[in-house]
Design a binder for this molecule. Structure first.
Ligand code: ADP
Length: 436
């Protein structure tokens, strides 16, 4: 039986039975006319009571939470009880739905890509937090705003009007000019669109570094190759050259070939260093021995044009000897190449605050402050001509940086134009062999 069955029986009994009983009693005592009158009166009383309870129900329905549910008793009491149960159930369902919505919103806000839902006329319906940063929109201020009026980059409105599913629209951030976003539009149901924005700044930077690197390498190789191929053409034309000229050209070609070889060697070294983070080996490197080797190599490169001095006042250094030799050798060779004849170069290994300090100080041409942060970039040169004339590949300091990184060391450069430079590599204390 449906729950309404017993309720109907109960209402009938509690509502009609007293009227019938009362009317019967009056009828018996005072005759039929009085009985009918009593029945009519009792019926009217029931109608008034029920109407009043209906009014209470309406008032309660207007603000059900304000004061519990009214205890009217009788059949109306059941109605109130059931209504109240239903309202409590609905409130719990609503809470659960709201909690789910909140966690969905939190998840959407955690997504690093920007998401904006647009209606048919491109009014913003909803967006996540990343979209605020990418597109410069704000809720609730911009809810309902037309997105083309907020993102005013030329071409954006056209793209949004007829988006190309195979291409994205590139947008430069209005707030941070350095950031670039790729926008895509995905249809959402019949009327809506989902605008997705992706931060592609880093990917584009890597891509531009890659193409810049390829362009640099090609340029570096092209110059000596052009020279060599020019000489080879002369060589083919046997009659026009004396033996001395031939010898001279052969020497120049050999210089250019050596330049290409050292560039290729440096490129291979760099790519090997970039492939892994740790030194190739860990050994105790005798620094006095390494410094003596650096001094003798420096002297042969200088050919007596500079005064070179070494000072070793620190313990053995833990690392890969070949790599450390290459990094320190690059610093010494730079000091010689960028110091005019008669200058002085000091190579030192010492302790500072418990850390190991390798430094090369020269009295050379020096470097203007604005170049210092970029010196370790591949192919970055202050004076391109001087670098090439002295056999530089533009990769020396990039190699130094990578080797030091693999040894957890840092590079500090101090320099004054016309006065000289000091390159300092600082190694952490745990890389030093403790002297017992
Ligand atoms: P390069 O092969 O051109 O020397 P590096 O990467 O070794 O390439 O150095 C990058 C640039 O830093 C050089 O071109 C030069 O301009 C500058 N530089 C490096 N060392 C010194 C130094 N000791 N004195 C002055 N300039 C230097």
């Amino acid at each position: 039986m449906s729950p309404a069955g017993p309720w109907f029986a109960k209402t009938l009994l509690t509502g009609l039975l007293p009227i019938v009983c009362l009317a019967g009693l009056v009828w018996a005592l005072h005759g039929p006319a009085a009985g009918w009158a009593a029945a009519a009166l009792a019926f009217m009383l029931v109608v008034v009571v029920q109407t009043r309870r209906l009014a209470v129900l309406l008032a309660w329905l207007d603000s059900p939470g304000s004061a519990g549910f009214p205890d009217t008793g009788g059949a109306w009491g059941d109605v109130f009880l059931r209504l109240s149960r239903k309202l409590r159930h609905d409130a719990r369902t609503l809470e659960a739905v709201e909690a789910r919505l909140r966690s969905f919103r939190d998840a959407m806000d955690a997504v690093p890509d920007g998401l904006v839902i647009l209606d048919a006329s491109h009014r913003i319906q909803w967006h996540n937090r990343a979209a605020e940063a990418h597109l410069g929109i704000r809720l609730p201020r911009d809810t309902g705003a037309i997105i083309e009026q907020l993102v005013r980059t030329p071409g954006f409105a056209d793209y949004l009007g007829s988006p190309d599913p195979t291409a994205s629209f590139l947008l430069q951030s209005a707030a941070l000019r350095t950031r670039v976003y790729a926008l895509r539009v995905v249809p959402l149901g019949e009327q809506h669109k989902l605008l997705v924005s992706l931060d592609v700044t880093d990917a584009r930077r890597v891509e531009s570094m890659r193409s810049e690197f390829v362009a640099n390498v090609s340029h570096e190789l092209r110059t000596p190759l052009t020279v060599v191929s020019g000489f080879l053409e002369h060589f083919a034309d046997e009659g026009t050259m004396s033996a001395d000229q031939r010898l001279h050209f052969a020497r120049l070609m050999s210089d250019q070939t050596a330049r290409m070889l050292s560039l290729v060697d440096d490129l291979l070294t760099l790519s090997r260093l970039e492939a892994e983070d740790a030194p190739a080996s860990e050994e105790d490197v005798d620094m006095a021995d390494l410094l003596a080797q650096l001094l003798s190599e420096g002297q042969s490169l200088s050919e007596g044009r500079h005064r070179l001095a070494v000072s070793c006042r620190g313990p053995a250094l833990r690392g890969d000897r070949k790599e450390l030799h290459s990094a320190f050798g690059n610093l010494v060779s730079n000091a010689i190449r960028y110091t005019p004849a008669g200058g002085a170069i000091a190579i030192e290994w010492t302790l500072r605050d418990g850390n190991g300090m390798f430094s090369v100080r020269d009295s050379g041409v020096g470097i203007a402050a604005q170049h210092l942060p970029r010196l370790t970039e591949r192919f970055y040169r202050v004076d391109r001509g001087r670098s090439r004339d002295t056999g530089g590949t533009g990769l020396g300091l990039a190699i130094v940086k990578h080797i030091l990184l693999r040894h957890q060391a840092t590079l500090a450069i101090e320099s004054q134009v016309g006065e000289g430079s000091t390159f300092c590599a600082e190694f952490p204390a745990w890389r030093l062999k403790s002297e017992v």
